[in-house]
Design a binder for this molecule. Structure first.
Ligand code: GUN
Length: 293
């Protein structure tokens, strides 16, 4: 299909650029970027994502470390670990994979990470900078990866109507801010839709660009999409599928078959936004390393 936004290919393109920068850094006598991921518990999705992040780090020449803790770790122990990493000058970026067990306050943990090492862009300082259009902070990896994808394909956002479905702090909210900011992949008129939105279908039908980030498989159907719109699917829900070896498959928030018949461009699941999220994280980690060079 010729309307696919191929996240795999684009992420490989950006990874190569990052790898080239790392080789040059190392040949100039500097250590490579170092990303640490904290993984608490046994959540299957989190394990997969963290393993993919480590693999990507190795691929581009970063040092990638996973610190694994049982879900019995106390909040104080986890906070102490975060503080130790904050003070370690050999570590540039730290992510704590979410969700965390119920007895741990995710917001407290996220806000304990030093903003300069918060390569997930979840800290209030980084979110605040994004909201003010200050590019010196870190932008959450998925929205950042989506803008890299849009830029690669020269998709015009300026003056367009972008509809973001979902208002999560990880994707929907930062995505809506990025699209409205005065950036290369911004200057759009943005509408944010959520569970209380009335006439969702009518709003979506006005979108030149639609970003689906609600976490409900197949939620956005072809009948909600204007002919020629650009469709970005952030969904990654695991749904049971006996025909697959793992017993499940990834399902996006967009009903691909009906939507792709309308869209000028569309991201597949898997192979669309997912690989770009990892590339966004690598980009942030490289930026973190450059701060201290
Ligand atoms: N859980 C789901 N997405 C993410 C992410 O981008 N970063 C972290 N740390 N946890 C997540």
């Amino acid at each position: 299909m010729d309307n696919l936004l191929d996240g795999k290919t684009v992420s490989n393109h950006f990874k190569q650029r990052i790898a080239d920068e790392v080789s040059e850094m190392v040949s100039n006598g500097h250590r490579p970027p170092h990303l640490v991921a904290i993984l608490v518990g046994e959540d299957g999705g989190s394990k997969t994502y963290v393993a993919a992040k480590e693999k990507a780090c190795n691929l581009v020449g970063f040092t990638g470390t996973i610190l694994r803790y049982p879900d019995t770790i106390t909040q104080d122990e986890l906070i102490a670990k975060v503080e130790e990493i904050n003070n370690d000058t050999e570590i540039d970026g730290l992510i704590v994979q979410l969700p965390l067990p119920n007895h741990i306050d995710e917001n407290l943990v996220t806000q304990t990470i030093l903003p300069e090492k918060d390569v997930d862009g979840f800290h209030d300082i980084n979110m605040g900078k994004l909201a003010k259009g200050d590019n010196s902070g870190y932008i959450s990896a998925t929205p950042l990866g989506i803008t890299m994808l849009l830029e690669y394909y020269n998709i015009e956002t300026s003056g367009k109507h972008a509809v973001v479905v979902g208002r999560s702090n990880i994707v929907g909210r930062p995505m809506s801010i990025l699209l409205s900011n005065s950036n290369k992949t911004g200057n759009a008129t943005v509408t944010v839709c959520h569970s209380r939105t009335k006439n969702l279908k009518e709003v979506c039908l006005q979108a030149d660009i639609i970003v689906a980030a609600v976490g409900i498989p197949g939620f956005v159907k072809g009948g909600m999409i204007k002919e020629g719109a650009v469709v970005i699917d952030v969904g990654t829900t695991r749904v049971d599928d006996d025909t697959k070896k793992a017993g499940w498959r990834l399902c996006g928030d967009v009903d691909f078959d009906t939507a792709s018949a309308k869209a000028s461009f569309i991201t597949p699941v898997p192979g669309g936004v997912g690989p770009m999220t990892i590339t966004g994280l690598l980009n942030n980690t490289l930026k973190a390393r450059k701060r201290t060079l």
